[in-house]
Design a binder for this molecule. Structure first.
Ligand code: NAP
Length: 270
């Protein structure tokens, strides 16, 4: 995808992948300085740990404690996180739905933290959080209430009994877990919910498969649904903007071309 951007925008750059083991992370960042590499993306499992080895952080990295983009200017390495921007930009005209809305969010890992930051920027009313790990739920709850100004955020301990009622009263439902991701395509964080209707917006951060069981179930009940593919594209584009300092944009045709390419590359199917 990044090499597609490089070609598309006519940049003089090349993007390559390196596998870095945790004990070499500091050396990898030092190597960026030593070799004059201008930009790096950092992914699982290094997003949190890498912040220990960079010189500066964006305000989002300071808040979320994780980075996925590093920029090297004359040996000074700055850390950024582009997932919240990827999420917001992916919503396009659906972003209006979030203003003062209640949101049910599954997952409290790294991606969910970025989503919560994005939700604070989208002026939601309240987030209802659920993760199977109570400690992660508590930690994200604290972040939302204390640092993101989302003071009405609540945690849902169990989803068994009242899911129909909760979803009936909550217009936006987001999956930020890996449940339903290839090859576990027959799984979903929720099952047999009878209260989904055409007023609902269901968003799944997963992009492979293109339509998870979670989204298929919601779409069948009339909801508007969206996968994580556009978020993937826009978080990557945001990294490119940070590295180049240019307001890079994709028109409709280019966006469609990239979606098709990625869908093919990922071996996605509906
Ligand atoms: P993560 O750190 O592992 O967080 C996922 C969280 O969900 C974990 O705390 C996990 O708990 C919890 N969980 C598992 N099953 C659950 C269930 N049934 N109900 C509620 N919570 C449950 O993963 P992540 O990095 O945040 O990524 C999450 C998903 O987002 C992945 O599928 C990833 O590919 C996707 N993602 C997409 C984009 C994009 O651009 N579209 C960007 C980032 C991430 P345990 O650890 O105990 O299992």
């Amino acid at each position: 995808m990044q090499n597609w951007f490089i070609q598309h925008f006519g940049l003089d750059a090349v993007y390559v992948a390196f596998r870095v083991c945790p004990t070499e992370l500091k050396n990898a960042v030092q190597g960026m300085r030593a070799l004059g590499i201008q930009g790096m993306n950092v992914t699982v499992p290094h997003k949190e740990a890498v912040t220990a080895w960079t010189d500066e952080y964006s305000s989002e990295v300071t808040l979320l404690g994780a980075a996925n983009t590093l920029k090297n200017v004359d040996g000074k390495i700055s850390a950024f996180v582009t997932d919240p921007y990827g999420f917001i930009e992916s919503l396009s005209e659906n972003s209006a739905r979030f203003n003062q809305a209640d949101v049910l969010l599954f997952g409290a890992g790294g991606a969910a933290r970025s989503v919560c930051y994005a939700l604070s920027r989208l002026s939601v009313n309240r987030i209802i959080l659920h993760d199977i790990d109570d400690q992660k739920t508590e930690s994200l709850l604290r972040l939302c209430r204390t640092n993101l100004g989302l003071t009405k955020t609540v945690a849902l301990k169990s989803i068994a009994d009242d899911m129909n009622d909760i979803i009936a009263a909550t217009p936006i439902v987001i999956n930020a877990t890996a449940i339903g991701m290839h090859p576990q395509e027959n799984q979903s964080v929720i099952e047999n919910v009878r209260t989904i209707n055409k007023g609902h917006f269901f968003y799944d951060l997963i992009y492979n498969p293109a339509k998870t069981r979670f989204l298929r179930m919601a779409e069948k009940a009339g909801a508007v649904v969206q996968s994580g593919l556009d978020m993937l594209i826009f978080q990557g584009l945001q990294s490119m903007r940070i590295w180049t300092g240019e307001e890079l944009k994709l028109n409709h045709a280019s966006m469609q071309e990239l979606r098709t390419l990625l869908t093919h590359f990922l071996g996605n199917h509906e």
